[in-house]
Design a protein. Structure first.
Length: 116
């Protein structure tokens, strides 16, 4: 890095492909599932607005406003129930990473055993 240049913080879009390369497909899916469990409401086994708000600080997201948290859920809520299932969460994480978008459905199909 040239003198005087600042490193930009690593964005999620940059981080997921690095994780995929380092962990391999199965390892990445396992980590996504761990992330889902960290954020989910254990009674409903879904990421709800309340569970996301309650657990956001664990991911350094405690500065987000309620409308931003709701927008995060809306972005991945494929079935319109106002919450994220494990599948919706994993699909959203892959969608947010352009480098993994080359063959997302094939990749998710290959590793769907972790989604049960």
């Amino acid at each position: 890095m040239a003198r005087g240049q600042q490193r930009r913080p690593m964005e999620f879009e940059d981080f997921l492909p690095v994780m995929a390369e380092k962990l391999g497909g199965d390892g990445l899916v396992e980590e996504l599932c761990n992330g889902f469990r960290l954020l989910m409401d254990p009674r409903h086994r879904l990421i709800t607005f309340d569970s996301l708000k309650r657990n956001a600080a664990l991911l350094g997201l405690d500065g987000l406003r309620d409308d931003e948290l709701r927008a995060m859920i809306r972005e991945g809520d494929a079935d319109g129930d106002g919450a994220l299932s494990q599948w919706e969460f994993c699909v959203l994480m892959v969608r947010l990473s352009p480098q993994l978008m080359e063959a997302p459905s094939q990749w998710m199909d290959q590793h769907s055993a972790f989604m049960s």
